[in-house]
Design a protein around this ligand. Structure first.
Ligand code: NAD
Ligand code: LMR
Length: 322
């Protein structure tokens, strides 16, 4: 039985993500939680004739506890999005506390669930989630993921403009590092099948993947950030987790994790000097790093510098609350 939960289910990402999970035949039960509007979203989705039984809760009356009890996959898109001119780190002030409290709920009600963190700044909210789980004595690094799939999806899509591939999702492009600007490092040299990118087009392509989020924030002009493409990406990642839970082997998807706790990650952590990082599939992390070209190595250096501060800020928030 798979029980999936969406925390922040009434939001711009939460609603389409909940729709995709409701329609997914691998989900037996779907529970929605938000501080507003969950009853309406739940009633609406409940008319869809798919397998998943749906329930929805608001915050009073133990809503979080009821939503989380029995969960094995919890996706968290709760929190405020950016407006033009803001960085993801500007969201920390509000979203850090939201993620901390929701993860505390997970520690108390479904500590063995897979936790998929979407709320920004992911580079910091994942360390926050880890520290909360550690404090509760429930941390399993193999069950905590920062969702960076949108960066992978963007890399697949934007490279298609150059290669003309008919189906962009057929090109596998590792994207490593974190999830904000220069901490996002797409590795086009390691694309499979190989892609030929003219020298003058490579730097703008990398930049577009790194700052793809800004493109959407600007286009929405104050009405939020990516929601529909994020719901697609979040569902793609959640579906892979569910398939892995059900025993499917060979699933590789970049995601931001606590490196020392995942296979091969301790070596990458030592090499880079950061504990949180998205390797390209934990088991292959080491091989991939040794295969980077010179330009990618430079990008990685910048990435790691940025990540260090973001990680420290998240860890510190849990141990020395403001
Ligand atoms: P939104 O404002 O449309 O929705 C957020 C929802 O969270 C709202 O419904 C709100 O009521 C709810 N919420 C707030 N506090 C809550 C709490 N304590 N418990 C439960 N729910 C709560 O925002 P959005 O566009 O859906 O974005 C959500 C987050 O996802 C933002 O932080 C955004 O930056 C992030 N995001 C991440 C990625 C990524 O790639 N990881 C991509 C896009 C957006
Ligand atoms: C994105 O990459 O689209 C998200 O992280 C949202 C944002 O703030 O850019």
């Amino acid at each position: 039985m798979v029980k999936a939960v969406v925390l922040g289910a009434a939001g711009g990402i939460g609603q389409p993500l909940s729709l995709l999970l409701k329609a997914c035949p691998l989900v037996d039960e779907l529970s929605l939680y938000d501080v507003v509007n969950t009853p309406g979203v739940t009633a609406d989705l409940s008319h869809i004739s798919s397998i998943a039984k749906i329930t929805g809760y608001l915050s009073p009356d133990d809503g979080l506890k009821k939503a989380l009890t029995g969960a094995n996959v919890v996706v968290i898109p709760a929190g405020i999005p950016r407006k033009p001119g803001m960085t993801r780190d500007d969201l920390f002030k509000i979203n850090a506390g939201i993620v901390r409290d929701l993860v505390q709920g997970i520690a108390e009600n479904c500590p063995k669930a897979f936790i998929l963190v979407i709320s920004n700044p992911v580079n910091s909210t994942v360390p926050i989630a880890a520290e909360v789980m550690k404090k509760a004595g429930k941390f399993d690094p193999k069950r905590l993921f920062g969702v960076t799939t949108l960066d992978v999806v963007r890399a697949e899509t934007f490279v298609q403009d150059i290669t003309g591939e008919k189906d962009p999702s057929k090109t596998v492009i590792p994207v490593i590092g974190g999830h904000s600007g220069e901490t996002i490092v797409p590795l086009f040299s390691l694309a499979k099948p190989k892609v030929n990118i003219p020298a003058d087009k490579l730097a703008p392509l990398i930049k577009r993947v790194q700052f793809g989020g800004d493109e959407v924030v600007e286009a929405k002009g104050g009405a939020g950030s990516a929601t529909l493409s994020m719901a697609y990406a979040g569902f793609r990642f959640a579906e892979k987790i569910i398939k892995a839970m059900k025993g499917e082997k060979g699933i590789v998807e970049p995601t931001y994790v606590y490196l020392p706790g995942v296979n091969g990650g301790d070596v990458v952590a030592k090499e880079n000097g950061v504990d949180y990082f998205s390797p390209s599939g934990a088991e292959k992390a080491n091989n991939i790093l040794s295969e980077l070209d010179d330009n990618e190595k430079e990008l990685l250096e910048v990435c790691v510098k940025g990540l260090k501060g973001n990680i420290e800020k998240g860890v510190d928030f849990v141990h020395n609350p403001p």
